[in-house]
Design a binder for this molecule. Structure first.
Ligand SMILES: *[C@@H]1O[C@H](CO)[C@@H](O)[C@H](O)[C@H]1NC(C)=O
Ligand SMILES: *[C@@H]1O[C@H](CO)[C@@H](O)[C@H](O)[C@H]1NC(C)=O
Ligand SMILES: *[C@@H]1O[C@H](CO)[C@@H](O)[C@H](O)[C@H]1NC(C)=O
Length: 385
C-alpha cells in the first residue's frame, strides 16, 4: 500500500509521533473541559475532535475499542492489499464548486478551518473532502475509477489518477442540487447506454462525496449476480432509504432499468416533494416509489439483512445501511455500535470534519480498525462543517 506516496505525503502524512502527541493532548483536554463542553455543546459545534465512549460496548458482533485502539481485528487488516480490487467499478458522484466571487466573499478569517496541518477556506475544504473521498476509494479499491459529474460552468479541476470529470448541463444551485443530482445520474446513464455497445463494461456506484469506502464493493456485484440496482435501507419508518449509495449493474438491462427507476423517483420528487427540505426530497421520493409498489412489504426493513425485490420492473437489491452506509449515530444511536464488517461510512451533515480527521489518522496509523474506533468514539459529536 503506497499510502504516503506523492503529493499526499506533503498534505496528509504527519509524523506519527507528532500526531499521537496531538491526539492525546486533544483527549486530555477533552477530559478536563468536559464540564465546560457540556454547556457549549448546546449551541456550538466543535472545531476539533472530541472523543467519547464508543457505542456498542459489550456487543459481540460490534467493534470494541479502547480509546482509539481497536480490540477486534476487522477483516480489513488482512485484505486491504489484495490488488485488482475494484476492477470494472466506477464510483460516480455529483460535485460542484460555487464560483470564485462567492469564494472570496465567504473566505473571511472566521471561515478558515484547520485539520491536521492544513487550513482551508470553505471552497478548499469541500475540495479536501472530495480528495479524501477519492483517497479512501483508491486505498480500498485501487483498480476502480471515480467519475465526477459536474456543472460545465464550474472551474473544478482535479488532477488525480483514475479520476475524471464528466460535465453535465443542469441547474446546480444549492437549493436545486438534490434534484439536479438525480437528473445528472439519469443523464449519465443515458449517455452510457448510448455508448454501451462500444464501451467496455463498468458497474457503477452512485454515491455522495462525503462517504468513505473501506472495503471492496465489487463483492456486491459478485455475490448478488441478479440485481439491476441496489439501494441501502435502515429500520426507520419515516426515512427507510438513503439516496447516498445506489449501485447499478453495468449491463444494458441494469442501466436501462435503473434509469427508468430513477426517472420515476424524479417524477415523484417533482410532483410530491419539491416543498420538502432540500436535503430530504429525494429520499422521500425514493421511499415512495419503493413502498407504492404493491408487492412491497416494509417488514423487510426491520432486519439488517440484504434482500431483493422486483420493483417497477427492476430487480432491486436492498442492502443494510449498517454495513453499506453507516452513519455516525445521532442521539439514540440507531445502529448500536459499528458492525465489524462495515464497508462504507457516510459523514452526513456536520460530520465532514470527522471525515478529514479520519483520513489524517489513517494516513499516519495505516490501521482501518483503529480509525473506525476514532469514528465510533467521535460519532455523536457535531462538528463545525
Ligand atoms: C505538521 O506540523 C508539525 C508541527 O508543526 C511539523 O513538525 C510537521 O513536519 C508537519 N507535517 C507536515 C507533513 O507538514
Ligand atoms: C471483539 O473483541 C472483544 C474484546 O477483545 C471480544 O470480547 C469479542 O469476542 C470480539 N468479537 C469478535 C467477533 O471476535
Ligand atoms: C458567480 O456568483 C455571482 C454571485 O453569486 C454571480 O453574480 C455570477 O453571475 C456568478 N458567475 C458565474 C460565472 O456563475
Amino acid at each position: 500500500m503506497k499510502l504516503c506516496s506523492g503529493w499526499r505525503r506533503l498534505v496528509f502524512c504527519l509524523p506519527l509521533i507528532f500526531f499521537l502527541h496531538h491526539l492525546f493532548s486533544v483527549m486530555e483536554l477533552h477530559q478536563e473541559s468536559r464540564v465546560e463542553d457540556r454547556h457549549k455543546k448546546v449551541r456550538n459545534k466543535f472545531d476539533h475532535l472530541v472523543l467519547g465512549p464508543a457505542a456498542g460496548q459489550g456487543l459481540h458482533n460490534r467493534l470494541q475499542c479502547q480509546g482509539v485502539k481497536a480490540l477486534n481485528k476487522t477483516h480489513f487488516s488482512a485484505s486491504s492489499n489484495r490488488g485488482y480490487v475494484g476492477e470494472n467499478i466506477a464510483f460516480v458522484t455529483v460535485f460542484t464548486i460555487y464560483n470564485s466571487s462567492d469564494m472570496s466573499k465567504t473566505s473571511g478569517s472566521s471561515d478558515v478551518t484547520t485539520v491536521g496541518n492544513s487550513s482551508y477556506n470553505k471552497v478548499e475544504r469541500s475540495i479536501a473532502i472530495l480528495n479524501v473521498f477519492i483517497n479512501f476509494i483508491q486505498v480500498a479499491m485501487p483498480q476502480s475509477n471515480v467519475v465526477i459529474l459536474s456543472d460545465p460552468a464550474s472551474d473544478l479541476s482535479i488532477n488525480r489518477d483514475k479520476v475524471s470529470i464528466y460535465p453535465i448541463q443542469g441547474e446546480y444551485s444549492r437549493d436545486k442540487l438534490m434534484l439536479q443530482r438525480i437528473r445528472s445520474y439519469i443523464a449519465f446513464l443515458e449517455r452510457k447506454l448510448e455508448d454501451h455497445s462500444r464501451d467496455h463494461m463498468h458497474n457503477y456506484i452512485f454515491v455522495d462525496s462525503d462517504i468513505a469506502v473501506f472495503d471492496d464493493l465489487g463483492q456486491v456485484f459478485h455475490d448478488y449476480p441478479n440485481f439491476h440496482l441496489a439501494l441501502t435501507f435502515r429500520n426507520n419508518k419515516q426515512q427507510p432509504l438513503n439516496s447516498g449509495f445506489i449501485a447499478v449493474r453495468g449491463t444494458y438491462d441494469g442501466m436501462s432499468r435503473a434509469k427508468v427507476f430513477l426517472q420515476q423517483v424524479l417524477e415523484v420528487y417533482i410532483s410530491k416533494y419539491t416543498s420538502a427540505s432540500r436535503m430530504l426530497g429525494d429520499q422521500l421520493a425514493l421511499a415512495w416509489v419503493v413502498s407504492s409498489d404493491t408487492s412491497f412489504d416494509a417488514k423487510g426493513f426491520a432486519k439488517a439483512q440484504p434482500f431483493s425485490k422486483e420493483i417497477k420492473g427492476a430487480s432491486v437489491l436492498f442492502l443494510p445501511c449498517a454495513i453499506y452506509n453507516w452513519t455516525p449515530p445521532e442521539g439514540a444511536g440507531q445502529f448500536h455500535g459499528m458492525p465489524l464488517d462495515v464497508k462504507v461510512v457516510h459523514f452526513k451533515g456536520s460530520r465532514k470534519r470527522l471525515m478529514l480527521e479520519s483520513w489524517n489518522f489513517f494516513s499516519s496509523s495505516s490501521s482501518v480498525a483503529d480509525m473506525l474506533c476514532l469514528i465510533l468514539s467521535s460519532g455523536r459529536t457535531k462538528y463545525d462543517f
